[in-house]
Design a protein around this ligand. Structure first.
Ligand SMILES: *[C@@H]1O[C@H](CO)[C@@H](O)[C@H](O)[C@H]1NC(C)=O
Ligand SMILES: *[C@@H]1O[C@H](CO)[C@@H](O)[C@H](O)[C@H]1NC(C)=O
Ligand SMILES: *[C@@H]1O[C@H](CO)[C@@H](O)[C@H](O)[C@H]1NC(C)=O
Ligand SMILES: *[C@@H]1O[C@H](CO)[C@@H](O)[C@H](O)[C@H]1NC(C)=O
Ligand SMILES: *[C@@H]1O[C@H](CO)[C@@H](O)[C@H](O)[C@H]1NC(C)=O
Ligand SMILES: *[C@@H]1O[C@H](CO)[C@@H](O)[C@H](O)[C@H]1NC(C)=O
Ligand SMILES: *[C@@H]1O[C@H](CO)[C@@H](O)[C@H](O)[C@H]1NC(C)=O
Ligand SMILES: *[C@@H]1O[C@H](CO)[C@@H](O)[C@H](O)[C@H]1NC(C)=O
Ligand SMILES: *[C@@H]1O[C@H](CO)[C@@H](O)[C@H](O)[C@H]1NC(C)=O
Length: 886
């Protein structure tokens, strides 16, 4: 019996080992995340066809940026030096035997002589701890084990180069090395940094750190790459010396090395851990609705007075961070594997990519206090342009935020909502972003050709955030604004004209766009119900219901074998109906089950008749081969499990495709796989769309005021992440959460509407005994918090909403009303606006011949790609023997 069990155990073990092997080898994305934390701290490794990963330099995410982010790893075993990271010449090559990408980690097994190495790149995701999430640091850890049963002399080394600091390699840099009781660290800065400025997508106002904990017999050295690495290779230790001949990044490439002598070992007892940091403070320049220009800092400053303090905390937190991350990874992949292992790969690759596009910020209040109630999150439209909080991309990414911690939604939406309630903003619909020059969020008040799309997105996101978090504060505070947008949708959704969709199409009467507007009108009904405005609730609901019946008859093909048409009346046309997703996410029930069923059958027939290609279905029948992973994932979530899994499989095939360089692109040719845009785009948060449908909606609180007991989290608050992260936080002793944000305003009738949101962790000494679930949520704060700080941001209480004349009119002629679209609602951006250089759309591209600027953008992208490929080729084949660092 016992033996039976034992052999069963053995078989299981073998099975899992095999599974892991299969898993680890079958997912081969063209670029894998190494340190991916924020838009300017995003380092990847190309694993394009034919390159050996341990013979390749890491690089910045961008393809416009063809140089590397020098990051080397060497190990010396019995006096023979091997490289396990980067392509440092003159060292022995190694073989990577497995690779695995989890949501927070990239893990390699590398064979170096008689040792097997475990190399882990860990960028933690801390869903409910925004202090930690905003720390601009990432770990690299090293473990080794002898494969021949013998002990070996082992030393290990890693360095970074100054290439992390600028896209201009001629820029001059300075550096120094500091040893404290806890750390040895290198600090590197540009001699001339320029705030809020980019060179080839890289920020030129950052400070690079490379750190290791004391007490590990570590040595350091700064100097020319060949010199410092050569010193390690011949001696196994560094000289604890500094090169003070400050110079250009590419002038005898200065590198910043840290080495550890492990002695004669069979295996490492604990990992050797380096921490790399790229610190920018201030991180964002935001123009408030009242015109004040604010420099906003990364949120961790509320807890740590300097970057070095934050770094010390980060370095010493490694083992807790690693176990929190492992648990988070396990929860996410377990949830995802319930769909498929391919799906699990997709969410794993998407998670850091999406978090890597945001900056979590806080403003400074009066008296130099951090205004901890004022948390705003900014997202860069990576892979396309520098738009700030691009609405349709945020919308694509939203399922991930809803899934990990819906409170992110609030802080992502807040700057957009705040700006658009100001006097500066006079348009009747939502803006598409906060400006076009990340990290400068100057606000956008020019006309928006994606008005219908973006307006519906904003309403849908506002409700989705409230349902998933239970936090109704945005709905209360911005009710009037949301309602005026809903009225715009009432006028423009049913038969949309002069509108560009998120995927770049601009035809009249696009079925998919129309239904999004109608769903958002029903969402406004739900929002009105939450606020107990029953008359508005029923009005919007009646409009949505009438419009959706009209829509169904206009949009559905007369041919029973087909489904919804691309545009009304266009026979034999079709489109990916990704906008139906919102109907399921919000439970609006605008679209009838028979439409879902018919659409499902039709997708099935498109898959079997060969309309679908290797990497997906194109966006629509007019799009030829242009596809989008994000919108395909949304569409997958609206289909039955069989169609869903086939769509997921197509996205997976593109994600694992390594014949073309580029970080997991959001748009590509579904036939050839060629990237057409959106490299490293946060739109990949859309991979979480199927999972986000399982999130339970919460009772939405519009009054807050729940007695919050400060640090312990309010039991009445809740968020879906609890199921995921509760165990993580609970499992890690010593994490305490405090309230980060509170503000409230008074309703005329003495009703306080209090809102609350993110909490943060404070240091481990201020322990509150961890509780399993409510931690991960959005605790409501005690109203005691400094009101004076926030009074000027307070809004008047929303007046009892009055039905607009338009609305009333519409109701009166309910059935066939097709309001003429207002000219203001359909303007295109004037040429000569900042947009003329960039396609107005981000996900997907237009095939319409008029989209010249878009084609221009694509061409530029192809050119960049070509240059990038050339560079890769040169590195691989033409490196002269003396070649040191590219
Ligand atoms: C590229 O993908 C192929 C499978 O398509 C795989 O065999 C190969 O190992 C991958 N290359 C790298 C460097 O991961
Ligand atoms: C590489 O390995 C060979 C023996 O396998 C050794 O002679 C040589 O010194 C090694 N190179 C370095 C840089 O250690
Ligand atoms: C390397 O990772 C494997 C798989 O997780 C583990 O079994 C092994 O113990 C690790 N090796 C070391 C030296 O930690
Ligand atoms: C790069 O930096 C050097 C040195 O500061 C400067 O002279 C040069 O103009 C810069 N080039 C660009 C393209 O910014
Ligand atoms: C070097 O260290 C000092 C603190 O000892 C710091 O103030 C200074 O900014 C550092 N300089 C550089 C170039 O990193
Ligand atoms: C994830 O899995 C846990 C159980 O492991 C479950 O309670 C939770 O609802 C799942 N979440 C989602 C969004 O699927
Ligand atoms: C849009 O569809 C409506 C209803 O079928 C039709 O009356 C209208 O002419 C269409 N608009 C355009 C520009 O095709
Ligand atoms: C990828 O590698 C395969 C096998 O070595 C080769 O046939 C193919 O041409 C390569 N593709 C690219 C794009 O380099
Ligand atoms: C969840 O949403 C539905 C509407 O879709 C609503 O009827 C239900 O009451 C909500 N549940 C909670 C707990 O709020």
């Amino acid at each position: 019996m016992l033996r039976g069990l034992r052999s069963l155990h053995g078989i299981c073990w073998f099975f899992f080992a095999w599974l892991q092997l299969v898993f680890s080898q079958s997912f081969t994305p063209a670029a894998i995340p190494l340190a991916v934390r924020s838009p300017y701290f995003s380092t990847w490794l190309s694993t394009t066809n034919g390159t050996a990963v341990t013979n390749e330099w890491p690089h910045f995410w961008s393809q416009a940026n063809s140089h590397n982010n020098g990051w080397a790893g060497l190990v010396r075993v019995d006096s023979i030096t091997y490289r396990w990271l980067g392509a440092a010449p003159g060292m022995n090559a190694t073989t990577r035997t497995s690779s695995q990408v989890t949501p927070t980690r990239t893990i390699w097994t590398v064979k170096a002589g008689p040792m097997t190495l475990n190399i882990t790149f860990l960028t933690p995701i801390e869903p409910s701890d925004w202090v930690r999430q905003s720390m601009p640091f990432s770990y690299l850890s090293f473990e080794a084990e002898s494969t021949d049963g013998k002990s070996h002399d082992v030393q290990v080394y890693s360095d970074v180069s100054a290439e992390w600091l600028s896209g201009n390699l001629s820029a001059l840099v300075q550096w120094n090395t500091t040893t404290t009781n806890q750390l040895i660290y290198h600090e590197v800065v540009l001699e001339e940094s320029t705030q809020f400025t980019e060179v080839s997508d890289q920020a030129v106002d950052g400070t690079l750190y490379y750190a290791i904990a004391q007490g590990t017999s570590a040595t350091y050295q700064t100097g020319q790459d060949a010199v410092v690495r050569g010193q390690f290779s011949t001696k196994g230790t560094l000289k604890n010396s500094q090169d003070t001949n400050f110079r250009a990044i590419s002038n005898d490439y200065p590198v910043f090395g840290l080495a550890v002598d492990l002695g004669n070992i069979q295996s490492t007892q604990s990992p050797v851990v380096w921490s790399v940091g790229f610190v920018r403070d201030p991180s964002i320049q935001y123009t408030t609705g009242s015109g004040t220009v604010q420099n906003r800092s990364p949120y961790y400053v509320t807890q740590y007075s300097s970057a070095v303090d934050a770094m010390e905390a980060f370095v010493s937190d490694y083992s807790d961070a690693a176990s929190r991350s492992t648990q988070l990874d396990d929860e996410i992949t377990k949830n995802a594997t319930s769909i498929s292992s391919e799906y699990s790969d997709l969410v794993s690759l998407a998670a850091r990519q999406t978090f890597g596009a945001i900056d979590i910020t806080v403003s400074q209040g009066t008296k130099s206090q951090w205004n901890t109630s004022d948390v705003m999150i900014f997202m860069k439209n990576m892979g396309t342009d520098r738009r700030v909080n691009p609405v349709e991309v945020m919308y694509a990414a939203f399922p991930m935020f809803l899934y990990v911690n819906a409170s992110y939604g609030r802080s992502l939406l807040t700057p957009l909502l705040e700006f658009q309630t100001s006097n500066i903003y006079t348009l009747p619909y939502a803006a598409s972003d906060l400006g076009t020059s990340y990290p400068i969020a100057s606000g956008e008040s020019s006309s928006n050709s994606q008005a219908l799309e973006d307006t519906a997105d904003m309403i849908i996101m506002a409700l989705a955030h409230a349902r998933a978090s239970g936090d109704g504060s945005l709905l209360v505070q911005y009710y009037d604004l949301l309602k005026s947008w809903a009225d715009y949708l009432v006028d423009n959704s049913k038969t949309p004209v002069n509108q560009v969709s998120a995927d770049g199409q601009n035809n009249a009467n696009m079925t998919n766009l129309a239904i999004k507007g109608i769903i958002a009108i029903e969402a406004m009904s739900q929002i009105s119900s939450v606020l107990q405005n029953t008359s508005a609730a029923s009005t919007y609901s009646e409009i949505a219901s009438a419009d959706s019946s009209a829509w169904e008859s206009l949009a559905m093909s007369q041919n029973d074998a087909q489904g919804l048409l691309f545009t009304y009346g266009l026979t034999n046309s079709w489109a990916l109906m990704y906008n139906l997703y919102a109907d399921l996410l919000l439970g609006t029930n605008v679209v009838s089950q028979s439409v879902y069923d018919r659409q499902n059958d039709y997708y099935n027939s498109l898959i079997s008749d060969g309309t679908s290609r290797t990497y997906g279905l194109p966006l629509d029948s007019a799009a030829a081969v242009q596809g989008s992973s994000a919108w395909l994932s949304f569409t997958a979530a609206t289909a039955n499990s069989s169609v869903r899994d086939q769509f997921i499989s197509m996205i997976w095939k593109r994600a694992t495709y390594n014949q073309t360089a580029g970080v997991f692109p959001a748009t590509y040719d579904v036939d050839s796989g060629t990237v057409t845009g959106g490299t490293a785009s946060p739109a990949q948060g859309a991979m979480f769309a199927p999972l986000a449908l399982n999130i339970a909606n919460q009772t939405i609180s519009t009054s807050g005021g729940l007695s919050g007991a400060g640090t312990s989290g309010s039991p009445s608050s809740s968020s879906n992440i609890g199921a995921i992260v509760g165990g993580v936080v609970g499992g890690v002793g010593g994490v305490a959460l405090i309230i980060a944000a509170v503000f409230f305003w008074r309703r005329r009738r003495a009703r306080a509407a209090q809102v609350a949101y993110e909490k943060t962790a404070i240091d481990d000494s201020a322990v509150v005994s961890p509780e399993p679930f409510p931690y991960a949520t959005t605790p409501y704060a005690p109203p005691a918090m400094d009101q004076s700080q926030t009074t000027d941001t307070l809004e008047q209480p929303p007046p009892i909403p009055v039905m607009s004349t338009k609305l009333r009119e519409h109701l009166r002629h309910m059935a066939p009303v097709a309001p003429a679209s207002s000219a203001s609602g359909s303007g295109t951006r004037t040429s000569g606006s900042q947009y003329s250089q960039e396609p107005p759309t981000t996900i997907g591209g237009s095939t319409s011949p008029s989209a010249r600027s878009e084609i221009h953008g694509l061409r530029a992208e192809v050119e960049n790609l070509r240059r990038y490929m050339q560079e890769l080729h040169a590195q691989q084949l033409e490196a002269p023997p003396s070649y040191v660092e590219e």
